[in-house]
Design a protein. Structure first.
Ligand SMILES: [Zn+2]
Length: 230
């Protein structure tokens, strides 16, 4: 029984970390955000809501400068103040804003936002448990292998999530009659918008895959949808 103690402790640690991270994130978002009331953008989110058979899609403004959209563990959708500013200045179109909201809706619908928080808080615990376990059989290199495995797993999970959220958004935007063109044009703008935007992103906003690969993935979906009987 005693030999399972490290694993048990690691699990308890992960659970505690998860509760704390959710609480801290929710509190941060509650104090740093307001619900968005933009009539132009609302016309777009109403189209997404209709396509989803929902009464409305709520969007909140998160008061930070870096350009990003995000979905909280409790399922709310946020656009950063910096991103909204790009829309106000005309650098980002209303359809492109809708594509970000659709992407974040995908993260919520597919359960990513909740799981991402679990991943994030569980990572350290998993690393610790693996290191303890592997060190028994492989003294010295056990820790090194544990680190490598955990990092690889985390990268795999988050990357898969992004492609899934993109595919969800592409389908939703197509159903809403907005189409995937703004989704693709935004990917190209994002690279320029997010570089040198000042201020570090919160660590739990994991990075997105490469622009060209994301566009290619959407085009592959479009080809498949065109060739499938409707
Ligand atoms: Zn995403």
């Amino acid at each position: 029984m005693l030999k399972f103690m490290p694993i048990l402790l690691a699990i308890l640690y992960a659970l505690a970390m998860y509760r704390f991270s959710v609480w801290r994130t929710t509190r941060e978002l509650d104090t740093q955000s307001t619900e968005l009331a933009d009539p132009v953008l609302k016309r777009m989110t109403d189209r997404l809501a209709t396509a989803l058979d929902l009464p409305r899609v709520r969007v909140h403004i998160y008061e930070i400068d870096p350009v990003n959209g995000l979905a909280s563990p409790d399922g709310r959708i946020f656009i950063t103040r910096g991103f909204y500013r790009k829309f106000q200045t005309g650098e980002v179109s209303v359809e492109e804003m809708a594509s970000v909201i659709a992407h974040e809706l995908g993260h919520v619908a597919l359960g990513h936002s909740r799981r991402r928080m679990i991943d994030f808080s569980g990572q350290n615990a998993l690393r610790t448990a693996l290191a303890m376990l592997l060190s028994r059989f492989l003294p010295g290199v056990g820790v090194w292998i544990a680190n490598g495995l955990t990092t690889l797993l985390a990268a795999r999970l988050s990357r898969g999530d992004e492609y899934e959220a993109d595919a969800y958004a592409a389908a939703l935007l197509t159903k809403a009659g907005i189409g995937t063109a703004p989704q693709k044009s935004l990917f190209e703008k994002l690279e320029a918008l997010t570089s040198g935007a000042g201020g570090a992103m919160p660590a739990w906003l994991l990075s997105h895959p490469k622009t060209a690969e994301r566009i290619a993935a959407i085009e592959k979906l479009e080809t498949r949808w065109q060739h499938s009987p409707s």
